[in-house]
Design a protein around this ligand. Structure first.
Ligand code: ISE
Length: 338
């Protein structure tokens, strides 16, 4: 069965989802691509053989010949568009964050509960990345004993534009870390403190966050949106009987002029290509079967990532350790996963 998709957003991620559904996975047909910028939509559509484009984000959601929707438009549009999809009972792959606003996240949870099922898969693709899969596997098998700490480094070459604020390091980039730490450790993040060094220019500075989990473990997160040298994500688990880590994969090494040089990708699309491919494949399976993918992030995970982000932003502003008040998980989202 072919799933007929609408993709909303033709920016970096919208274009990458178009490429993945057109070239990297089978079983999808992209019916329509939407972007507020008609020229950009047309350019991406032509690249991936998409017949139709529109600038109206709501119209494709209601079409009878569209089975499911991919949302990759700007962050504040994610929740309103997800709500429109739930309204017409269509599965959604929504880029992170579910919403930067907690009330909007709650509206999505309420809508799914009224509908009696989950529709929204949130694009925290790292759950599908082989490195995190290996960490989680080792932990679950007991290879390194009980986890004591998880260290996470997240570096972008440069922030995407002047619209990217210091707070967005915490609310837009770092949420991947909150979600994957909860997923790998199987425990909730219950407190956070945050500090920031001062840069010599006016660019967004790194943020370092320390979290405690409900099981008395520590999670550290360094997010640096202006690391200058390349896209670099690293992780390490420290267990009671051993440790395990991963760095940026080395696809090739150049040997020349008395030096060996490793390359970096300029952004996350190369580093996480397999995670995106697996995530999008799982989404198509969800569309076909109606069964929510076992390891994917759902709207509850999206809500918690925003709750953690909001509390971390408060901790940075206050300079204090802030408690992340744990909301009660509704029955729809129970299932034993963090
Ligand atoms: C960006 O917003 C993303 O979504 C990427 O997945 C992440 O790796 C990057 O650091 C973020 O800034």
């Amino acid at each position: 069965m072919t799933t007929r998709l609408a993709i909303i957003g033709a920016g970096i991620m919208g274009a990458d989802h178009a490429r993945i559904f057109a070239e990297d996975v089978s079983g999808a047909e992209i019916k329509v691509l939407c972007d507020a910028d008609a020229g950009r939509a047309a350019e991406v559509a032509e690249r991936f053989g998409i017949a139709e484009t529109t600038t109206d984000a709501m119209a494709p959601i209601e079409r009878d010949d569209v089975d499911a929707v991919v949302i990759a438009s700007p962050d504040p549009t994610h929740a309103p568009l997800s709500l429109a999809c739930i309204d017409v009972q269509k599965p959604v792959l929504c880029e992170k964050p579910l919403s930067p606003d907690l009330d909007e996240c709650r509206k999505v949870l309420d809508a799914e509960q009224s509908a009696g099922r989950r529709f929204v898969q949130v694009g925290f693709m790292r759950r599908y990345d082989p490195s995190y899969e290996a960490l989680k596997g080792a932990l679950d098998r007991g290879d390194i004993g009980r986890a004591l700490m998880m260290h996470n480094l997240h570096r972008n070459m440069e922030s995407p534009g002047a619209w990217f604020t210091g707070e967005m390091a915490i609310t837009n980039s770092a949420p991947h870390e909150y979600d994957v730490a909860r997923y790998v450790l199987g425990s909730e993040l219950v407190s956070v403190s945050a500090l920031q060094p001062k840069r010599s220019d006016d660019m967004v500075a790194p943020v370092v966050m320390n979290f405690e989990t409900a099981d008395a473990q520590l999670v550290t997160v360094e997010v640096n949106n202006n690391a200058a040298y390349g896209y670099d994500v690293r992780g390490e688990l420290i267990g009671e009987k051993g440790s395990m880590d991963f760095g940026t994969p080395i696809w090739s090494r150049t040997h020349a002029n008395l030096a060996a040089t490793d390359g970096y990708d300029p952004d996350w699309r190369g580093r996480f290509f397999e995670a995106y491919r697996r995530q999008n494949k799982a989404f198509l399976e969800f569309c076909r079967t109606g069964i929510f993918p076992t390891i994917a992030s759902d709207a509850w995970d999206g809500y918690l990532a925003t709750l953690v982000a909001r509390t971390a932003a408060e901790a940075l502003a206050s300079g204090r350790r802030e408690e992340i008040k744990q909301p009660k998980r509704p029955a729809l989202y129970e299932g034993g996963r963090a």
